[in-house]
Design a protein around this ligand. Structure first.
Ligand code: FE2
Length: 289
């Protein structure tokens, strides 16, 4: 089962809805994995879409009732996610429910939902929105690596204290699947996460609770969402230091996407290797906290 009791926020009606959302997501993932007939899949997706809309509205009402200070930003996350699901629905109808698109959707929904409930929704009851991470880092790439490990821990329970980091400058970036995101603003260039196949499968198995043996569209899509979240968190931490940078949508490649000599860290996570690299247009030193 994908749901974990640690995801409870302690508000009975919201917790019940979250459990239902996880159950519906699980049904959708199963329908994809088992290549269920299109009617079964459509039904699962229809239930999920309707329930997402109903639940978001109710959760926002709850946030308003307690005058939650982070409500506007939270609503925006709900809005964007609803938009993502609806545009996948359109795409699926147009392409006759193509298997690759179904897998894409399953991976994206799973990863988004887990992180949203395990992290973002927890802040509703924790009170004010937490301050951006102010932990020390000497290089930007260390911030991005720390952020990636934090997100992996939240989403999959991977113990980040067991991860071992090593500088990897000047080496060819290691990995079987690379996901890069363009950075624009005060920091220009791209951020790259390179996942070993072992780590990629471990992470998405832990999210879906399913046996997966290949890095297919579902796995790739979940990793894209994970990368998006972790780079987004790093950008928020940078904004806390007065540096404004926006991230662009993640792009997946099988080859290391940047040549030259990026700032890079190799992380042995305990569940497989991860490369984190920053390919900046001009080298920059982080400001002191
Ligand atoms: Fe929410």
């Amino acid at each position: 089962m994908m749901w974990k009791d640690s995801y409870r926020i302690g508000v009975e009606r919201i917790d019940r809805q979250h459990i239902e959302l996880f159950r519906m997501t699980e049904d959708l993932v199963k329908a994809v994995a088992e290549r269920a007939p299109v009617e079964v899949y459509q039904k699962a997706l229809g239930f999920l879409t309707d329930y997402v809309i109903y639940h978001f509205r109710d959760e926002e009402d709850y946030q308003a009732s307690i005058h939650y200070s982070g409500m506007e930003a939270h609503k925006e996350e709900h809005r964007q996610f609803t938009q993502t699901v609806l545009s996948y629905e359109t795409k699926l109808r147009e392409n006759g429910f193509d298997l690759g698109t179904k897998k894409d959707l399953a991976g994206a929904v799973t990863a988004w939902l887990i992180y949203h409930v395990a992290d973002t929704d927890q802040k509703i009851v924790a009170g004010a929105v937490s301050a951006p991470d102010e932990s020390a880092f000497d290089r930007y790439v260390d911030l991005f690596a720390g952020s990636a490990l934090e997100v992996m821990e939240t989403m999959t329970g991977l113990d980040r204290t067991k991860a071992r980091r090593q500088a990897a400058e000047g080496r060819t970036l290691q990995g079987d699947v690379f996901i890069s995101l363009a950075l624009v603003g005060d920091l220009k260039g791209s951020a790259v996460l390179g996942f070993s196949q072992e780590l990629a499968l471990y992470l998405v198995r832990a999210m879906t609770m399913m046996e997966l043996s290949e890095v297919d569209e579902l796995v790739q899509s979940a990793l894209c969402e994970l990368t998006n979240i972790s780079c987004g968190n790093a950008a928020t931490a940078l904004a806390g230091r007065g540096l404004h940078c926006d991230i662009r949508p993640p792009v997946l490649t099988r080859e290391a996407p940047c040549g030259g000599a990026p700032d890079a860290v190799w992380v042995e996570t305990g569940a497989g290797g991860l490369t984190v690299a920053l390919c900046l247009d001009s080298p920059a030193q982080p400001p002191r906290a």
